[in-house]
Design a protein around this ligand. Structure first.
Ligand code: HEC
Length: 321
């Protein structure tokens, strides 16, 4: 990451740095147009050249600060130059990509424009005063029509890039909608960080009056809890209906009795669409048992994690066995 306060400043001030080159490029076509009038054509062409030169040189700071900023806020990978667009929903990344393409295209066009203006200015300087217009075709007068068109194109690409930049900073309908959707998805996924419902098992209906031993789940002591919507089906040995779930809390064995040390939590749920989902949560795996879970000290697996495939092996046969 960026450590130096100077680089930090350059990155953060990107929205400010871009205005100097953009303003100069906006004035450039005016100077180029003025150069078509015979009077002062040399001065106005020179003005157009200097405007373009300062804009072009100044834009390197803007480009550099934009790159730093993009990397600093993790939109651009640390050693990359473009954001990675992984899905259609990444509105901001897609917009940033276009923003960068337009800015870079403007830089290339700008370079060409600077060159054309420099050449026109040099020619005017070299020509005797009375030859500056006489004998020249219209499109060759002053700055020349090609330079004027390049200047307009330059303004167009940077104007477009700037418009996207403004949207990315201040937001528009598309970016706000994408942010709201990401928020809602996170909010609806109550268990993104912790299996909240499994941890709250004691609020469910106990399926058994007392703990018993479960050979199928590591020979631990277990107690099964089921949602009110599923307890009758469970007791009757029927599959759980959509929305219902069962949690199995486990304990270590101490001399043939349920111990006090908690083991993993197992959860099995029938989703709204009828499919079965599993959760395996072991907040703290004792050192001696880590080999059971690939050496991890804490485990939280949720469907469709492939590590839960063993659960399916026994459970997909239906019923609650
Ligand atoms: C060796 C077969 C087997 C494996 C593997 C297995 N289970 Fe089970 N599971 C059972 C059986 C049998 C029961 C019935 C209660 C018992 O015997 O403990 C059960 C019960 C449960 C219950 C209580 C609700 C019910 O359906 O009875 C949950 C929750 C559960 N298992 C989750 C899991 C999860 C999550 C995994 C994977 C990490 C898993 N099980 C792996 C066989 C298995």
């Amino acid at each position: 990451m960026i450590a130096s306060p100077l680089l930090e400043f350059i990155a953060r001030e990107h929205p400010a740095f871009v205005h100097l080159p953009l303003g100069l490029v906006a004035a450039l076509p005016l100077a180029a147009l003025a150069s078509f009038f015979p009077k002062h054509s040399k001065v106005t062409t020179g003005t157009a050249f200097f405007l373009a030169l300062v804009a072009w040189a100044g834009s390197t700071v803007a480009l550099f600060s934009g790159l730093l900023w993009g990397r600093q806020i993790n939109l651009i990978p640390p050693s990359g130059f473009l954001p990675v667009v992984a899905s259609e929903k990444q509105v901001l990344q897609k917009m940033l990509q276009l923003h960068i393409f337009a800015a870079a295209a403007g830089f290339v066009i700008g370079g060409l424009c600077v060159f054309l203006l420099w050449r026109a200015w040099r020619q005017l300087e070299a020509a005797p005063a009375d030859r500056r217009h006489g004998g020249r075709r219209f499109f060759e007068r002053g700055a020349g029509v090609p330079a004027l068109l390049m200047g307009l194109l330059w303004l167009g690409t940077w104007g477009f890039s700037g418009k996207l930049g403004g949207i990315m900073v201040f937001g528009n309908e598309a970016t706000n909608k994408a942010a709201a959707e990401a928020d809602a998805a996170k909010r609806n996924d109550q268990e993104a960080d912790l299996p909240v419902r499994a941890l709250d098992y004691a609020s469910l209906e106990p399926a058994e009056a007392a703990p018993s031993r479960s050979k199928a789940h590591g020979d631990r002591w277990r107690r099964i809890w089921v949602t009110a919507s599923g307890i009758d089906d469970y007791q009757a040995g029927k599959p759980l209906r959509p929305g219902a779930y069962a949690v199995m809390a486990t304990f270590t064995d101490e001399k043939g009795k349920p111990g006090t040390e908690p083991g993993p939590l197992y959860m099995k749920e029938t989703r709204a669409d009828g499919s079965t989902a599993f959760i395996f949560y072991w907040a703290r795996v004792p050192e001696s048992l880590r080999k059971e879970v690939a050496g991890q000290d804490s485990v939280y697996w949720r469907s469709p994690d492939p590590k839960l495939i063993t659960c399916l092996g026994c459970h997909e046969k239906g019923g609650n066995k």
